[in-house]
Design a binder for this molecule. Structure first.
Ligand code: NAD
Length: 317
């Protein structure tokens, strides 16, 4: 019988972004296969989707080939926070590079579209601000973050080579800091770190003097961008910077979270980690122009929803 639903594979589908993406695709009537090895993602993240007639979970490591019949692939599988990707750096490189080769091979075989979840980390510690997609980056290839940064850079190379050499229909999303419900509570990412510390009344650790800036995109906005990118005309394959261009200093973020929670936490300082970028801000003009996309959830609202999630996770009133 003819299947009218688009069949979509989401690798890393049990992770923070992946689980929101699976949800969104099911709402759009797709058949969704979530493939994950549960390295940093959890079954809990997709437990509410299990039992949905068009949803399927596969325990699978993308460093091994996968044969499934799909129309579209979102390749999100990869540990994303420094604590997680530095825990087993060799595995991180394998996931980024072998994972890309395996998923590109699949896209080539099924003649499907494939979207890569790349990262602002491909810009390293940037020397131009804000970063446009034409900037080649400033990455320390032998530093502790290189397993992730260079892994993701190599994955982009592979995507472009599969496109040029084999005509694979690709999409590249360079994702900047995204936050929201289902972030891992102990992954050391700044938003989750601060919220968890503030909810527990623990000291809030700000690295350096806190004047380094970051931009924060709420997960719903980011997922909207990924879906738009997949649906964009084939020649609009990117790369696209996707993130929120509003910049905040880390200290401002810490103070805002403490105030919103009404926490008794004190803000304390710790030394800046190696290769921590001073400034990170996307230029999203390309996404605005071609995808007709820009973030719409204000920081206050996104934080409110994220704080609500962590309150229920940590069982704090
Ligand atoms: N969240 C962000 O701010 C952000 C920023 C830039 C890029 N990204 C990219 O988006 C993607 C998703 O990130 P996230 O924030 O949801 O992180 P996450 O850690 O929550 O999700 C990653 C998922 O990939 C799975 N995974 C890891 N290695 C795997 C492997 N070898 N085989 C199969 N599954 C594997 C994990 O178990 C997890 O479910 C990643 O590729 C990340 O690099 C995220």
């Amino acid at each position: 019988m003819e299947d009218l639903h688009r069949r979509v594979l989401v690798t890393g589908g049990a992770g923070f972004l992946g689980s929101h993406l699976c949800e969104r695709l099911l709402k759009a009537d797709c058949d969704v296969i979530c493939a994950d090895n549960f390295y940093t993602g959890t079954k809990n993240n997709v437990a509410h989707l299990v039992g949905h007639p068009r949803f399927e979970v596969l325990r699978h490591d993308v460093t091994f080939p996968l044969y499934v019949e799909v129309d579209e692939i979102y390749n999100l599988a990869c540990p994303a926070s420094p604590i997680h990707y530095q825990f087993d750096p060799v595995q991180t490189v394998k996931t980024a590079v072998h994972g890309a080769i395996n998923m590109l091979g699949l896209a080539k075989r099924v003649k499907g579209k494939i979207l890569q979840a790349s990262t602002s980390e491909v810009y390293g510690d940037p020397t131009v601000h804000p970063q446009t997609e034409s900037y080649w980056g400033n990455v320390n290839q032998i530093g502790p973050r290189a397993c992730y940064d260079e892994g993701k850079r190599c994955a982009e190379t592979l995507f472009f080579d599969y496109h040029r050499q084999h005509g694979v229909n690709i999409r590249i999303a360079r994702i900047f800091n995204t936050y929201g419900p289902r972030m891992h509570p102990n992954d050391g990412r700044v938003v989750s770190n601060f919220i968890v510390q503030a909810l527990k009344g623990d000291p809030i650790t700000v690295y350096g003097d806190g004047s380094q800036t970051r931009s924060f995109c709420f997960v719903d906005d980011l997922i909207d961008a990924l879906v738009r990118l997949m649906a964009a005309p084939d020649e609009a394959f990117g790369p696209f910077n996707l993130g929120n261009p509003d910049e905040y200093t880390i200290l401002e973020l810490a103070e805002r979270i403490v105030t919103m929670i009404g926490s008794r936490s004190r803000i304390i300082r710790a030394p800046l980690p190696q290769d921590d970028p001073m400034q990170r801000c996307p230029d999203i003009s390309r996404a605005r122009r071609i995808l007709d996309w820009e973030p719409s959830v204000p920081l206050e609202e996104g934080l409110e929803r994220t704080i609500g999630y962590f309150k229920s996770l940590l069982k704090v009133e």
